[in-house]
Design a protein around this ligand. Structure first.
Ligand SMILES: NC(=O)c1ccc[n+]([C@@H]2O[C@H](COP(=O)([O-])OP(=O)(O)OC[C@H]3O[C@@H](n4cnc5c(N)ncnc54)[C@H](OP(=O)(O)O)[C@@H]3O)[C@@H](O)[C@H]2O)c1
Length: 274
């Protein structure tokens, strides 16, 4: 079945719809004639995206939501049901890239990252579940990251939260099996969005377009996939890291796969040239 036939009329909540992957997902689902609910904190950006979708003949609802607040995500689910009567799909996508200096273990950064990337996702999922369970139908997409499968130096707070989400998604899928609700966890490599604009990436892990990730989300939902890694070749990362962790550490060091800022790398380059 093509995307349009599959997603037409589906009520789809997308958290983090004000930018990056979430925005691209909203536009793509709206083109398939889905009813998209745009959730994020920046109301202006949501309203402007809503206007863009309406202008293209699509259907959209903008709901200002901070996923760190459970009452906000409950409101998001309530408003959606009031407007469109049900929730077919949740794309739990909102997130933040929280880093700290290697070895620092910045407690506030860890708390912040867990609050948004982990607890925020739980809030969104817990808010839509009662309605999906009542109907015995629905699909939840948990946006993760390949960083959950192999830690990156400098990304401790982000990696820890995404690794917690990895466990949550795995349990959730099993707990909802047989209840009519599918769970798909998405693990992208690096994506060309504002989130990692300050990061310079090596040739081995180039930034892909948000649209590529959206294509993977759509295929994952349609096929009821448990796990989607994008690009697919990176599926080897987790098993390789389990078998040869130190070798993988070394490979990451040599290939310069790290959470370093462009500014830092430029400074390193300048130092070398001195
Ligand atoms: N970019 C990458 O390389 C990459 C790779 C793997 C996975 N991912 C994951 O993909 C997801 C989307 O990231 P992106 O690359 O599209 O980043 P982005 O362009 O920075 O977008 C992040 C989105 O999350 C929203 N958000 C942040 N904090 C929020 C909060 N407390 N409540 C509600 N919404 C919040 C932002 O909207 P507001 O600021 O308006 O709230 C924004 O819409 C994230 O979960 C990220 O971890 C990204």
């Amino acid at each position: 079945m093509n995307n349009k036939a599959y997603f037409k009329d589906k009520v789809i909540i997308i958290t983090g719809a004000s930018g990056g992957i979430g925005r691209a997902a909203a536009l793509a689902f709206a083109r398939c004639k889905a009813k998209v609910v745009l959730a994020a904190r920046n109301k202006e950006k949501l309203e402007s995206l809503k206007e863009e979708i309406l202008g293209q003949g699509g259907l959209a609802l903008a709901i200002k939501t901070d996923i760190c607040s459970f009452s906000d995500t409950q409101g998001m689910a309530r408003e959606t049901i009031l407007k469109w009567g049900r929730i077919d799909i949740l794309i739990a996508n909102a997130g933040q890239y929280v880093q700290d200096a290697p070895g620092e273990i910045d407690l506030q950064a860890y708390e912040r990252s867990l609050a948004v990337n982990f607890m925020g996702t739980l809030h969104a999922v817990k808010s839509v579940l009662p309605e999906m369970l009542r109907r015995g139908q629905g699909h939840i997409v948990v946006m993760n990251s390949l960083d959950a499968k192999k830690g990156i130096v400098g990304d401790g707070p982000y990696v820890a939260a995404k690794a917690a989400l990895d466990g949550f998604g795995d349990v959730l899928r099993q707990e909802l099996t047989g209840k009519g609700i599918g769970v798909t966890a998405i693990y992208p490599g690096r994506v060309d969005t504002a989130m990692i604009r300050h990061i310079k990436v090596p040739w081995i892990s180039p930034k892909m377009s948000p649209e590529k990730v959206v294509g993977a989300i759509m295929r994952g939902v349609k096929r009821g996939k448990a796990v989607v890694v994008v690009p697919r070749a990176f599926s080897l990362l987790a098993p390789l890291n389990n078998m040869f962790p130190r070798l993988m550490d070394r490979a990451f060091r040599v290939l310069r796969i790290e959470g370093k800022m462009i500014r830092d790398q430029e400074e390193v380059g300048r130092d070398k040239n001195k």
